[in-house]
Design a protein around this ligand. Sequence first.
Ligand code: ATP
Ligand code: MG
Length: 257
Amino acid sequence: MSDLLSVSGLTAGTEDKTILHDIDLGIEAGKSYVLMGPNGAGKSTLGHVIMGDPQYTVTSGTIAFEGRDITSETPDKRSLAGIYLSYQAPVEIPGVPLYSFLRTICQKRPELKMTSRQFRQRVNEVCEQLSMSTDYLTRDLNVGFSGGEKKKVEMLQLLLLQPKLAILDETDSGLDVDALSVVSRGIEAYRSTCDGALLIITHNTRILERINVDQVHVMVHGNMVSSGPSSLIDEIDREGFAKYEAMLAQKAQGELA
Ligand SMILES: Nc1ncnc2c1ncn2[C@@H]1O[C@H](COP(=O)(O)OP(=O)(O)OP(=O)(O)O)[C@@H](O)[C@H]1O
Ligand SMILES: [Mg+2]
């Protein structure tokens, strides 16, 4: 089966530092993947580079989505193609009410065309699904929202947009137990309504309890060092990343020899 997303030999970073080294990653439609790794491993950077964040430059390698090379495309084109990135630290945008923001991003997608009334109804439904008061809709996007509320706004966008691939960067961090189960239910709803593919970046294995994970990838120091079945999650939870750091050190030694 050909991949929905195919990252090959990707090396990328900022102007003065390479952060990602020769990364390969394949994501099939409708499957769930988890990306784990210690702090600073490059997980968020990989998510941002896949989304086309202009603060990073790709120095070699390619990113293809549905068989099309998108390595040089702007983030809005990637988003319209069906890639969604939920930010680890969602940005605040003063002057843009949440409801207008949601209406605008949905109107740009022909497949989501709805009347104002249908849209209002859909937003209300999703807010209810996320146990989120509709009072937030009139407030400026994320301005003054708590950490957990911002994460729920990310889920609200996910459920409205129904992208083909959702990259969730620590969407679970900072959530209390109840919010965590709301967000897990939101992820389940996304999976069941549009059979979207998921790449979940997390340090918290609790969010994964309700999700059927197909594959786990492990990154260390900007390198993809291992991948395996969902049982890796429990192993990493127990034993940490020492084994993977050793694997990378061994590989580097082998290359030097
Ligand atoms: N814009 C940037 N400018 C300079 N350094 C950056 C930039 N973005 C990322 N880095 C550096 O790249 C490395 C990888 O960062 P990244 O945020 O991708 O890690 P992470 O795996 O997501 O970590 P965490 O688990 O803490 O979220 C870090 O050392 C970080 O400081
Ligand atoms: Mg991160």
